[in-house]
Design a protein around this ligand. Structure first.
Ligand SMILES: [Zn+2]
Ligand SMILES: [Zn+2]
Length: 204
């Protein structure tokens, strides 16, 4: 999933926010810095659009110069990233998240660090070729076992090996999980949609 599709999957409840790797926040010069600019942009867009529960559930790790695990990242930030940013006269408050590799169709024309206002409709129609309503209702699931309307969600859970791919689970906790046999970074939103459709069709 690219950055915009990840945002849409999170906003619609199709993806468990805890399944994303944690954002590492570094404390330096009385300020907080984060190199995970894509996840940061996603978190900001979620906040801006009222999905506070989702953004709050994204994992954050605070690290300082004494944290061995993040020592290299910290050094790189202080010695290379921040000086490079200052040379280019960037303030570090806005980041450009579109990149040359991907398409720029999902971003706001005026500000490339923001998604376009109609991002959910855009992804449904232009990326997935389905109606926005179909996309929104894709995760909705009536569970016969507990008799409630629940949500289907992608999670990374279980053993280290299992966490390399996504599992589809019901929020209510009933039923068997279904694994998507692909490395989780490679799973596109269109694959997610296909898998969810198949999940619903295969249930008794
Ligand atoms: Zn797009
Ligand atoms: Zn249930």
């Amino acid at each position: 999933m690219n950055v915009a599709e990840t945002y849409v999957a999170l906003a619609l409840g199709l993806l468990d926010p805890c399944s994303l790797p944690p954002m590492v926040i570094f404390l330096y010069d009385n300020q907080q810095w984060c190199r995970d600019t894509r996840r940061l942009a996603i978190a900001r867009a979620l906040e801006d659009n009222g999905y506070h529960n989702v953004s709050k559930a994204m994992q954050v790790i605070y690290a300082n110069e004494n944290n061995e695990q993040y020592q290299k990242q910290y050094d790189n930030l202080i010695n290379e990233r921040i000086p490079a940013m200052e040379r280019k006269k960037f303030n570090g408050k806005n980041v450009k998240i579109s990149d040359k590799k991907g398409s720029t169709c999902c971003f706001n024309n005026q500000c490339m660090s923001l998604f376009r206002d109609d991002i959910i409709e855009h992804v449904a129609i232009e990326h997935l070729h389905i109606t926005p309503n179909d996309l929104v209702s894709l995760g909705e699931y009536y569970c016969e076992e507990c008799g409630t309307l629940t949500q289907l969600q992608l999670v990374r859970k279980g053993s280290k090996k299992q966490r390399k791919s996504y599992t589809i689970q019901r929020e209510c906790g009933c039923g068997d999980d279904q694994r998507i046999e692909l490395p989780w970074q490679q799973v596109s939103l269109s694959t997610v949609c296909d898998e969810l459709r198949e999940y619903k069709e295969n249930q008794p």
